[in-house]
Design a protein around this ligand. Structure first.
Ligand code: PNS
Length: 164
């Protein structure tokens, strides 16, 4: 059984993430979407909300599940008996950071293999931070995030703007 972990902040999940999830679900027996708990970073959505939004959009994909994790990704993988890390690559600018992480993860767990998937062209400009910005300025986020979570993101953006 090949289990892959797709790690990230997912604040919030975008159509780019969902595309990578769907494509990896066709390759691996089980894909775990792993949401990083980062105590140093106050997010837009909290961890429970991010997991909830991901659950909303993956609910029809049988071999995909979602969990949060803290600490090292390689430790989480060992716990889950996962062999593969899935990463999406958008542009050359992603490469250096991802290459560094790949080497570090290999050092920590030589058995773990990272598989990179190129983003689909239609999502190549997408990032969670761009989505947050568009939403906070009340722009249209259709086609940027899955339809099921548009209202959640816009609601959060309105609350966020009121607070700050
Ligand atoms: O969506 P992001 O924020 O680019 O995801 C980054 C993530 C979660 C993949 C990365 O920060 C990570 O794997 N963090 C866990 C800590 C870890 O294992 N660090 C060692 C590799 S540098």
């Amino acid at each position: 059984m090949k289990t892959a972990v797709y790690p990230g902040s997912f604040d919030p999940i975008t159509n780019g993430h969902l595309d990578i999830i769907k494509r990896s679900a066709k390759i691996f027996d089980h894909v775990i979407v792993a949401v990083l708990v980062n105590p140093d970073k106050k997010g837009f959505f909290n961890i429970e909300e991010r997991v909830f939004l991901i659950e909303k959009v993956i609910n029809r994909i049988e071999n995909v599940s979602v969990e949060s994790f803290s600490g090292l990704l390689t430790d989480f993988m060992k716990k889950k008996n996962a062999q593969v890390i899935v990463k999406g690559l958008r542009a050359v600018s992603d490469f250096e950071y991802e290459f560094q992480m790949d080497l570090m993860n290999k050092k920590l767990c030589p058995k773990a293999e990272t598989v990179f998937m190129m983003t689909s062209a239609k999502n190549s400009f997408l990032s969670s931070s761009a989505v947050r910005q568009v939403a906070m300025f009340n722009g249209c986020i259709k086609d940027l995030v899955p339809d099921q979570i548009i209202t959640d993101v816009m609601k959060k953006a309105r609350k966020y703007c009121k607070k700050s």
